[in-house]
Ligand binder design. Structure first.
Ligand code: ZN
Length: 79
């Protein structure tokens, strides 16, 4: 009885799954081009004027906002 290579392999290694394998190695250049979009940028942090903790820019702590609104402080909001 003749088995195909896939069948024979599956019979030898039960539980394993056949997966696609690249035909050719990617060049260093191609790898670099693919990864040119992978870099992460650090989050910009600033100091919350109410609690002095670091917080991402253009974000407000809900507790600090509620505290500011409750205080009734006049003028521009410190956020
Ligand atoms: Zn805060």
């Amino acid at each position: 009885m003749v088995l195909s290579s896939v069948t024979a392999y599956s019979a030898l290694m039960p539980g394993d799954v056949d997966v696609a394998v690249p035909k050719r190695r990617k060049s260093v250049s191609a790898k670099g081009k693919r990864r040119s979009h992978d870099a992460l940028t650090p989050i910009n942090l600033t100091i919350c004027p109410m609690c002095k903790q670091s917080v991402p820019t253009h974000r407000v702590h809900a507790e600090c906002l509620a505290e500011h609104m409750k205080s009734g402080a006049p003028g521009r909001m410190p956020f």
